[in-house]
Ligand binder design. Structure first.
Ligand code: COA
Length: 337
């Protein structure tokens, strides 16, 4: 019998404010047609002024807790993946912990951007499998909209990034039959810091000079995401299949044994290319980019919640999670749900 972790609850939340491509036409020098053709995005959600990232995280967490049929007090580990925390200090998870009323429970903030949720699942999985903790809340949550350049200068990035949160409850479990029992089969994590400058937000930060933030940095747009879109695209379509292949090899599974794929949603063309190259039927890749855009660390758990709500994600299914993002970082997980 093997000790492992299994997903017992999933939750998701998007703010009520919907921003359509046609709304962006008014701010950026872009068109609905360009955005749809180049990215697959039709609309996305942006937080209201009074919402912080931890608020979105808590909404998703509450649904996951209810879905897992646990008492919130059973949670003994919190992991929050985000690139857009409420504050630089302390971490976003401290606000999530306080809002859930869990004093004393340890938490981690994970900063691996689009791969952050899978990194978080991997971290929690190690603690649960080793018996240190029994019940973990892992959240991916983002408010990207407040850090976007909403002028024509931002048209290359502001069209894709969006807000949302997704969460899972992971509980320790004894696996009797590895071919049937729900559990995390494997996680694979990678990074290459040489790509850091290709997708980054430079300011505020301590790597730029005498001050973390200056008026000059703001005027120069260093507070907004800078992305070499084409380079990121080419890396994503190479690294995502590679890291999914690694997980399959380790779990001794074939692609045809995976019922549903949750790929990071940065651009529908990235995922179409991956499916084409690997021979994955498109309907096995759950797609949410058309309505949620790219919600960075929230994308994968939000997608899982979307599939769960639609009745597509069912117990007993084998699923994959695969992501590529800033850092560069890339990661995969295979899970029997
Ligand atoms: N509307 C209209 N035109 C736009 C535009 C927009 N929103 N954004 C860029 N353009 C124009 C550019 O000005 C450029 O025009 P030019 O040829 O006259 O110079 C042209 O379109 C091509 O620009 P480019 O930036 O090369 O576009 P692209 O085809 O690479 O598409 C992305 C941009 C962002 C959609 C695409 O690169 C992408 O999805 N990259 C991957 C993103 C990703 O995976 N991120 C990591 C995870 S967060």
């Amino acid at each position: 019998m093997k000790k492992a972790a299994k997903i017992t609850g999933i939750g998701g939340y998007v703010p009520t404010r919907v921003i359509k491509n046609t709304d962006l036409e008014k701010m950026l020098d872009t068109t609905d047609e360009w955005i749809q053709q180049r990215t697959g995005i039709v609309e996305r959600h942006w937080a209201t002024d009074d919402q912080g990232t931890s608020d979105l995280a808590v909404e998703a967490a509450k649904i996951a807790i209810q879905n897992a049929k646990i008492d919130v007090k059973q949670i003994d580990l919190i992991v929050v993946a985000t690139s857009s925390p409420d504050m630089d200090l302390p971490g976003c998870a401290s606000f999530v912990q306080a809002k859930l009323g869990l004093p004393g429970v340890p938490y981690f903030d994970i900063r691996q951007a689009c791969s952050g949720f899978i990194y978080g699942v991997s971290l929690a999985n190690q603690y649960l499998s080793s018996g240190v903790y029994k019940c973990a809340l892992v959240v991916g949550a983002e408010i990207q909209s407040k850090a976007l350049d909403k002028t024509p200068n931002g048209k290359g990035t502001s069209i894709i990034f969006a807000d949302g949160a997704g969460a899972v409850i992971l509980q320790a479990t004894d696996v009797k039959d590895e071919t049937k029992d729900p559990h995390i089969l494997t996680t694979k994590l990678h990074a290459d810091g040489a790509g850091a400058a290709e997708l980054c937000i430079q300011a505020p930060g301590c790597g730029l000079g005498a001050e973390r933030i200056t008026h000059e940095m703001i005027d120069a747009g260093k507070i907004y995401p800078q992305m070499n879109g084409r380079l990121v695209f080419t890396h994503a379509v190479t690294k995502m299949p590679e890291v999914l292949g690694e997980a399959l090899t380790e779990a001794k599974l074939t692609l045809s044994e995976v019922d549903m794929h949750f790929f990071h949603q940065a651009n529908v063309r990235i995922n179409q290319k991956i499916c084409e190259d690997m021979g994955i039927p498109l309907e096995r890749a759950h797609t949410t980019i058309q309505k949620f855009g790219n919600t960075t660390a929230a994308t994968i758990p939000l997608g899982m919640y979307d599939a769960y709500q639609a009745g597509k994600l069912k117990n007993g299914m084998t699923i994959s999670m695969v992501a590529f993002g800033a850092g560069f970082t890339w990661a995969s997980a295979l899970v029997r749900y």
